[in-house]
Design a protein around this ligand. Structure first.
Ligand code: GLU
Ligand code: MG
Length: 449
């Protein structure tokens, strides 16, 4: 299996620089369909083969590849570039190589990172680049001996825990350690806070070009998992661990650029027509996008309307857009919008690729997003929402997957294999859940009739 030749002098220089930093091992990391980082350790002196051929993996052992068990297409190569290598401060001697999938010498169409590369290439054809700021919310949890899950911090019990300054310092070893790790990996950490649920936090880092932004999120996940384990805690990006508390979003702040001109800016100081069409595309494809951006059974317990212990969930359920409107799917701001649909379980490569496809479709068909919505949608009765023609997001994973199956634009962005595999796996996940008999059902029905 041959790969692309990398400049031997550049490879040697990089290898020596990494060795001088104490690195002896490369963590060649790719991302599977579920958004989970996967990979292997490779000695530093193999850097050349990692950036020319890639590290080899058994293709069928990776979620979503649908690769055969035999023959040349059974081997999945994770190939990195010299530009995405980061020393991992929590794992001395190890540097992460951000890799994409290759099969039989060609970019593998169903690798999520390749999916996003294809989408950003479509933008580049028009002279555009998308910048995204991804905002991960997450929980620190622990598992009790009886198997129940609880917030890691027993003292974190305020009725309205947003921005709590008593529990934040109790997790400072983890949170400050995470900050240091992210900064060492080249991320620009902007803020860290306690969120609306017990045991829930958010870390914000600077926005970046979409692919790099997704790469950063995967680095964030690796760091947070490892550092939480050092504390004896479980880092969780489950969308909604506790029914009576808010869930975890992965909001994306999105802007489109032509060199240093923001394409969403209109000449009158408001939004450009292109920007409005882009938002319209995001709203038009909301149901199919839900399957990608809210991809678990549990995601739909976050995307409900109603009160939580702390007042509101802040998770969008309505397909609407409005200036600084956090109750809508799309919150518009000058020159950018916040896409509030994604939750913490979303694969960032697939979510951003699907978003680009939706936005470009809106532009190509000159879709109209309709009037701005300034209302607090959480306060409006459902029949009023319906009267205004505001659609609801899918109410469960099965519905979202059906919408994804019908949506040729989003399906096209994923590519045939990944679209099919995503639907197959997620439908199986939904069916398994739907057939499961829960404690709630037993409590309600066992002795009821
Ligand atoms: N946790 C909320 C969500 O699931 C978002 C809260 C916020 O706006 O920061 O989307
Ligand atoms: Mg938040």
């Amino acid at each position: 299996m041959t790969g692309v030749p990398a400049d031997p002098a550049a490879v040697a220089a990089r290898r020596e620089a990494l060795a001088a930093q104490g690195v002896h091992t490369l963590l060649v990391q790719f991302t599977d369909l579920h958004g989970t980082p996967k990979g292997k350790w490779v000695p530093l002196d193999r850097l050349d083969s990692v950036v020319t051929t890639g590290a080899g993996f058994a293709g069928p052992s990776i979620w979503g590849t649908a690769l055969p068990r035999t023959g040349p297409r059974s081997e999945y190569y994770a190939r990195g570039g010299l530009d995405r290598i980061e020393v991992l401060p929590w794992n001395p001697g190890v540097a992460r190589v951000v890799a994409s999938g290759y099969v039989d010498g060609q970019p593998f169409d169903a690798c999520p990172r390749q999916v996003l590369l294809r989408a950003t290439a479509r933008l580049a054809e028009r002279g555009w680049a998308m910048r995204t700021g991804l905002e991960p919310e997450f929980f620190l949890l622990k598992r009790l001996p009886d198997g129940r899950w609880r917030p890691f911090d027993d003292l974190d019990r305020l009725d309205k825990p947003s921005y709590d300054l008593k529990s934040l310092p109790r997790q400072s070893r983890f949170l400050q350690g995470l900050r240091e790790a992210l900064e060492a990996m080249g991320l620009d950490v902007e803020q860290i806070d306690h969120e609306d649920a017990h045991g829930q936090y958010e870390v914000n880092f600077g926005h970046d070009e979409a692919l790099r932004s997704a790469d950063h999120l995967m680095g964030f996940k690796l760091a947070a998992h490892a550092l939480a384990e050092h504390e004896g805690a479980v880092f969780s990006m489950m969308p909604k661990p506790f029914a009576d508390q808010p869930g975890s979003g992965l909001h994306a702040h999105v802007s489109l650029w032509e060199a240093d001109r923001c394409v969403f800016d209109g000449s009158d100081g408001g939004w450009s027509a292109v920007g409005r069409h882009f938002v319209a595309g995001v709203l038009f494809h909301a149901a199919a996008l839900s399957a990608i951006a809210a991809p678990t059974v549990n995601s739909y317990k976050r995307l409900t309307v109603g009160e939580s212990l702390s007042g509101t969930t802040w998770a969008p359920a309505f397909v609407a857009h409005g200036p600084n409107n956090r109750t809508a799917l799309v919150r518009t701001l000058p020159g950018r919008f916040e896409w509030r649909l994604p939750d913490a379980s979303a694969n960032p490569y697939l979510a951003l690729a699907a978003l680009i496809a939706a936005g470009l479709d809106g532009i190509d068909r000159q879709l109209d997003p309709g009037p701005d919505c300034a209302d607090d949608l959480f306060a409006l009765p459902l029949d009023e929402i319906r009267r205004r023609g505001i659609a609801l997001l899918p109410q469960h994973l099965g519905e979202a997957v059906d919408a994804l199956e019908r949506d040729e634009v989003i399906g096209g962005a994923l590519g045939e294999t990944l679209h099919r595999e995503f639907i197959r796996l997620k439908r199986a996940e939904w069916t398994e859940y739907a057939r499961h008999v829960s404690e709630w059902e037993l409590d309600r029905y066992a002795a009821a009739f």
